[in-house]
Design a protein around this ligand. Structure first.
Ligand code: AMP
Ligand code: FE
Ligand code: FE
Ligand code: ZN
Length: 275
């Protein structure tokens, strides 16, 4: 008991469950708090806060911004952001427009490969959310062109796939600055999925405040390594499952990492010290 999960997606981006359903699972898992960290959108936060209050679960407003640095996919999480700020919402709107245009190009490429996919189907799947490759992948699965998400990425829309299109991305340092300017704590997401650890030092130099040491795709060695790197640079140690809504044997990965609630205090103290 007393555990939290600081990396959760909803239907506002590429998650499969809406904020209410996410809160229901958080309640079943006896979590004390979760952070909603959708890609490039804050649209899931208020509903999560509403249902969180009803269920006694604290909801931390968050964001995950995909950025690009030297060809690497770097995801920056932002915690305790002042998500109502108009300029911040406008910025996210621009990023979502870039996502939309990129999805259109990927659909065109898939059509050129002979698949009769349409943007309409992808949009219906995304349902006005921040469109991502998982929405395209689900249409590929629904039409029987691939069997799994993994296959969709391996065969078509992964970085090496024939239908992959880069999208406009800001740099990690820009994302860190935007999150800080919006009163949030910038944290590097799942460093274990990035091939180059030297980037951490560079991000610290432009204002990074935390490192996602615990993540469902980190093994023991990674946890150990990133723990020591976090200490070396005085970064806040955070963690979350990166739950996207799918269940394995009827269970979500939500809350499965037993992250201690004291991290929220660390984040809040950092925010207070910045104001
Ligand atoms: P996008 O933001 O459109 O570039 O899509 C990236 C998202 O796709 C990530 O946040 C993951 O949710 C998902 N994703 C990336 N690679 C894979 C993969 N190999 N298999 C399944 N999902 C993936
Ligand atoms: Fe995602
Ligand atoms: Fe991510
Ligand atoms: Zn994520």
């Amino acid at each position: 008991m007393g555990y939290i999960d600081l990396h959760v997606h909803t239907t506002a981006s590429d998650g499969l469950l809406n904020p209410k359903e996410v809160i229901q699972w958080a309640s079943k898992k006896h979590l004390e708090a979760i952070a909603i960290t959708d890609h490039d959108t804050i649209d899931g936060i208020e509903e999560a806060i509403y249902y969180g209050k009803k269920n006694g679960i604290k909801v931390i407003p968050g964001i995950e911004i995909n950025t690009d640095y030297k060809g690497l996919e770097i995801h920056i999480l932002g915690y305790l952001i002042d998500y109502k700020e108009k300029w911040f919402q406008d910025l996210l709107k621009e990023l979502r427009l870039a996502r939309y245009n990129r999805a259109k190009k990927m659909v065109q490429k898939l059509q050129d490969l002979g698949l009769s996919i349409t943007m309409k189907e992808v949009e219906a799947n995304a349902n006005a959310a921040s469109i991502g490759r998982p929405h395209i992948a689900r249409v590929l699965i629904n039409n029987g062109w691939v069997k799994t998400m993994k296959e969709a990425f391996d065969e078509y829309i992964g970085k090496e796939g024939p239908a992959f299109v880069e999208r406009y991305k800001i740099t990690p340092c820009e994302a860190i600055k935007y999150i800080s300017d919006c009163g949030g704590i910038p944290v590097l997401a799942h460093p274990g999925l990035i091939k180059d650890n030297s980037i951490i030092k560079e991000l610290v130099n432009c204002g990074l405040q935390g490192l996602e040491v615990y993540h469902s795709k980190h093994d023991q060695n990674m946890v150990h390594l990133y723990n020591s790197i976090a200490k070396q640079y005085h970064l806040i140690i955070t963690g979350g499952s990166d739950f996207h809504g799918s269940l394995h044997e009827g269970q979500p990965i939500l809350g499965s990492l037993n992250i201690d609630k004291s991290i929220i205090e660390d984040l809040q103290n950092k925010k207070n010290s910045m104001e």
